[in-house]
Structure formats: structure tokens, C-alpha cells
Design a protein. Structure first.
Length: 239
């Protein structure tokens, strides 16, 4: 009888610990910026994601902490079912729909609001950036135009690139539209102008990408060694 009581106590303790851990993993987190997850991501945040998707019958793979093809397919299925952008990326909207991340209150967001980089400082800079976005992504969906603008801003902040807008844009062979002069021939600028403003206000659909290219065009094979984050329209974005 004594042994049975001990076994029951142990089982109850294990169940309680499991419930506590599960609650910690799956309870909503209030943070300024949730982690961005994508194919190739690893760690405890991926475990949290896989656990929730599995609990809601979107994922039947192992809880491995590795964001691979099964997790990507489950994320896309969840996004499709919940009216989200189906891109396979786990950003703020997907975290919120999963009930794991709670967006901070408006006042809190304003305290940490995005301020434009010092690399884009005047009207001439904005006009130049608008022309590059229009020339590089004029035929892309709006999110794709914002993405190209975000890549430019990310390059300014990256130690691997010049720290000014002009330096980034005029870097040799950095942008095809600069090399062939298309930036000076584009005339449809309204959408690109809005996209630049949205990127400067903090919207980055690429989650920090510093490279983009069109896979349908010849590119340096080296670019495929970069870590791909997402695809928007005809462009691939990578870090």
C-alpha cells in the first residue's frame, strides 16, 4: 500500500510539473517585439510554436525545436485558416493569432517608436530611395515594394554596407536599376513613395534581410549561400 501511495505521488508531481511547463510555454507573452521565426530557425521559440500548432491539430511532426518543412507547412495552413498572409513566416500577426504574443498597448509602442535612420536625412535622400524602390519593385505587390525599401534601410544599419543612403544605393553593382539608369526613367512613383514611408515607420516584411534578388534572372551563385528569409512577389529576401 505504501509503495502505491509513493507511485501515485510521483505521478501527480510529474503531471503538475508538465502542466506548469506547458503553461509557461503556451501562455501569452507581452513583449515589444516577438521573435521572428522562419525556415531554419531553432530553439525554444520553435518548440513553443510547434507545441501550439500540434495542440490545435495543424502539426503532427516531432517537437524538435527545428523549423523545417513540416513546421513551415503547418504555419502556412494555420495562416490560411485564420485569414493571415500565407508566407510561412511567424511574425507579430501570426504570434498574436496563436495566442502566444500580446501586442503592447498603443502608448507603450509609441515610446519605442521607430525613428528614421540618420542615413536618410533629407528630401533628396527620400526622392532617391523612392526612385530605387519604383525601379526595382514597381511591378511587385505593395508588400514587396516595402520590402525593397526595408532592405535599403537594413543595409544602412549593417556594418557590411556603407552607412549612408547614397553610399548604399551607389555601391557598384548593388542595384541593377542604378547600373542601367532605370531609376531616372521611372515615372510611377506614388506607390513607391508610400512604401518608403512605411518602411521608415518600421514595417519590415523581410525581418531584417539585407539581400534580395529575382531567381528568374541570372545572379552570382554566391547569393544562394545566404540564409533565405522569405519570398515576396518575384523576389527572394535573405540575410
Amino acid at each position: 500500500m505504501g509503495r502505491k501511495i509513493v507511485i501515485v505521488c510521483i505521478l501527480l508531481a510529474v503531471l503538475a510539473a508538465s502542466a506548469l511547463l506547458d503553461g509557461r510555454l503556451l501562455s501569452p507573452v507581452k513583449a515589444q517585439h516577438p521573435p521572428a521565426l522562419f525556415w531554419g530557425s531553432r530553439g525554444s521559440d520553435v518548440i513553443t510554436l510547434q507545441t501550439r500548432l500540434q495542440r490545435w491539430d495543424y502539426y503532427d511532426g516531432p517537437i524538435s525545436g527545428i523549423f523545417g518543412p513540416e513546421t513551415s507547412a503547418a504555419v502556412r495552413q494555420f495562416q490560411r485558416a485564420n485569414g493571415l498572409a500565407v508566407d510561412g513566416l511567424v511574425g507579430p500577426e501570426t504570434w498574436a493569432a496563436l495566442g502566444i504574443w500580446t501586442p503592447p498597448a498603443r502608448a507603450e509602442r509609441d515610446v519605442d517608436a521607430y525613428t528614421p535612420t540618420t542615413g536618410v536625412s533629407n528630401r533628396d535622400d527620400l526622392s532617391l530611395m523612392t526612385r530605387v524602390v519604383a525601379a526595382e519593385a514597381g511591378g511587385e505587390p505593395y508588400a514587396g515594394q516595402v520590402a525593397v525599401a526595408a532592405v535599403i534601410l537594413n543595409r544602412i544599419e549593417s556594418p557590411s554596407f556603407p552607412n549612408s543612403l547614397a553610399g548604399v544605393i551607389y555601391q557598384p553593382l548593388a542595384f541593377e536599376s542604378v547600373s542601367n539608369g532605370l531609376i531616372w526613367r521611372v515615372t510611377e512613383l506614388d506607390s513607391a513613395r508610400r512604401a518608403v514611408q512605411d518602411a521608415m515607420n518600421g514595417w519590415d516584411p523581410t525581418y531584417g534581410a539585407i539581400y534580395f534578388w529575382n531567381p528568374a534572372k541570372p545572379v552570382n551563385p554566391w547569393i544562394w549561400t545566404r540564409s533565405i528569409v522569405t519570398e515576396i512577389g518575384r523576389h527572394v529576401f535573405a540575410r
